[in-house]
Design a protein around this ligand. Structure first.
Ligand code: ZN
Length: 65
């Protein structure tokens, strides 16, 4: 599909699904289900470093203000 309107396709940075109109933080999108998963994932769980790594990308991405 041609994206002629300049609307960025929002892919969840965690699961890669198209998450529009999901949560967008600093230009990066997280779908609602992943946001919930991150919120309930404890530090001691195996998947926590995975989520943390994905979310860290948001803060490390160049800011465009
Ligand atoms: Zn997701």
């Amino acid at each position: 599909m041609d994206n002629c309107l300049g609307v960025k396709k929002l892919e969840c940075i965690i699961c890669g699904e198209n998450t529009f109109p999901g949560l967008v933080i600093l230009g990066e999108a997280i779908c609602y289900s992943c946001e919930k998963k991150v919120a309930i994932t404890g530090v001691e769980e195996d998947s926590y470093p995975f989520y943390l790594e994905r979310i860290k990308r948001i803060w490390e991405a160049p800011l465009e203000f």
